[in-house]
Design a protein around this ligand. Structure first.
Ligand SMILES: Cc1cc2nc3c(=O)[nH]c(=O)nc-3n(C[C@H](O)[C@H](O)[C@H](O)COP(=O)(O)O)c2cc1C
Length: 445
């Protein structure tokens, strides 16, 4: 499928995770000696590297529980809201995207947090909207089980609309602040009516005049039909797991059609699949890095991510023992990757060892092993032929892999004419940096 390539060049989003995305990163010789996962200085440093590389955005994932696989996995998640507030003071151009669940914060509280982050960053804030998918997360908030998958998305839509309505309650010129007349705000330009959709009821309005963007850039990831519908309705950018060109091109087409069905322009939505670059000055060196990391993987680490994406209890499960039957219709977690694993198991990849090879320690994401020229050529090809709008760069080891990407791959992408040389001269909000997404009026909430 060939859809026109986006005119303004590819979007690059840095997606860091602790000492790196690879399960073994924290144990590798190139990993930092400190516990990177919860070290704000580490993340401030990474954001500065990404900004040096002219990245559009810097994204922090989040999960809200801990399990006993922490015995082998670096499962700490630094808190995105506070960390990005700190990062905003050490960067000036890059967008800052926080993962925040729709399941736990009251909407008024979240609207204030979003407004605050957008203000301290000068209009660079993005919200990665997740519904949360693990009961273990809910149990940290006094909830025994999460609602079923599709209901979670339905509730997330009501929640998101409520938060956005709160952020939209003040017109641009509502704050008058005329010291002579004593008129502080024009109340005819503030919507004092009650806000809320579905089960959410908020008196409103927000007690803050609009932040620079007012409405943040909205990010999302979801492959199920409810997930794609949500993305088509709200998302400016979509994270995704895409291993082949065809599946990515097809998914981009699907997202663009969904945006159109929701009354938006297809150009308002940007597909940014994950890419894991294993970079070497020769192909052999890159392959060696990949193999070193793979060899360090422990069976319990594979059990951890397969259990996460299937809901199976794999405690003490042998590496070569056939998997227990998958829960099928009863599974209520992330559907996209569950379906991929289900297909692999049906094709005979039915042990943890086989799944490590077939699904990979890259958690299903595309990985590119090679020289900067080879990796840049492949990324440029996907972009030019309309399979992506850009990429979420998931370096296997950090900061090493992001530094290498910025120093060696970004210049190649620039040479190929698919990535910008610099930030635009004029300061931009994150939403306008994501091109077509600059017109909030075109989005039906
Ligand atoms: C690249 C990527 C990053 C994600 N990051 C998070 C995250 O930080 N926190 C979270 O709760 N879910 C995260 N998710 C899960 C999604 O929000 C969503 O729940 C998932 O893709 C399942 O959606 P689906 O059931 O529609 O396929 C991520 C998914 C992808 C593909």
């Amino acid at each position: 499928m060939n859809i026109a390539m986006a005119a303004d060049g590819m979007i690059l989003n840095a997606f860091p995770l602790g000492a790196g995305h690879h399960e073994s990163a924290w144990r590798h010789r190139l990993a930092p000696a400190y516990a990177a996962e919860a070290d704000p200085e580490h993340f401030i440093g990474l954001a500065k590297i990404a900004e040096r590389g002219k990245f559009h955005s810097f994204f922090l994932a989040d999960l809200l529980y801990l399990n006993e696989y922490v015995s082998v996995n670096s499962l700490q998640y630094i808190e995105p809201i506070t960390t990005l507030a700190a990062i905003s003071q050490h960067t000036s151009r890059i967008g800052l995207v926080a993962t925040i669940s729709t399941a736990f914060f009251p909407p008024y509280h979240l609207a204030r947090i979003i407004s605050g982050l957008d203000s301290v960053s000068g209009g660079r804030f993005g919200w990665n909207i997740v519904t949360s998918s693990q009961d273990a997360e809910a149990q940290n908030f006094g909830i025994e089980t999460l609602p079923d998958h599709d209901l979670r998305y339905e509730t997330a839509a009501d929640y998101t609309r409520t938060v956005l309505d709160l952020l939209e309650a003040w017109e641009d010129d509502a704050l008058v602040r005329d010291q002579r007349s004593g008129l502080y705000a024009d109340v005819t330009k503030i919507d004092f009516g009650p806000k809320g959709h579905g089960k959410f009821h908020v008196a409103g309005p927000l007690n803050l005049a609009p932040s620079p963007q007012r409405r943040p850039a909205l990010f999302q990831a979801g492959r199920s039909s409810a997930g794609v519908d949500f993305a088509g309705r709200f998302a400016d950018a979509v994270f995704s797991v895409q291993k082949t060109f065809d599946s990515s091109a097809e998914f981009r087409h699907q997202l663009r059609e969904k945006a159109r069905a929701h009354g938006r322009s297809p150009d308002d939505i940007n597909l940014l699949p994950g890419v894991w670059p294993f970079i070497g000055s020769t192909e052999r060196e890159a392959q060696q890095l990949f193999e070193e990391l793979e060899e360090l993987v422990l069976p319990a680490q594979v059990a951890d991510f397969i259990a996460y994406f299937t809901g199976l209890d794999l405690t003490d499960h042998g590496f070569d023992e056939p998997l227990p039957p998958l829960p099928d219709g009863a599974f209520q977690g992330q559907i996209g990757r569950y379906t991929k694993i289900q297909k692999l198991v049906a094709q005979g990849h039915d042990t943890l060892r086989k799944l490590q090879k077939a699904f990979g320690s890259t958690r299903g994401h595309q990985y590119l092993v090679g020289t900067p020229e080879q990796i840049a050529a492949s990324m440029a090809d996907w972009f030019r032929r309309g399979a992506v709008d850009g990429f979420a760069v998931q370096a296997p080891i950090l900061p090493h892999g992001l530094e290498q990407f910025v120093d060696h791959i970004v210049p190649e992408l620039q040479k190929l004419g698919v990535f910008r040389e610099d930030y635009p001269a004029e300061q931009q909000t994150l939403r306008s940096a994501l091109r077509g997404s600059a017109q909030p009026a075109s989005i039906s909430t």
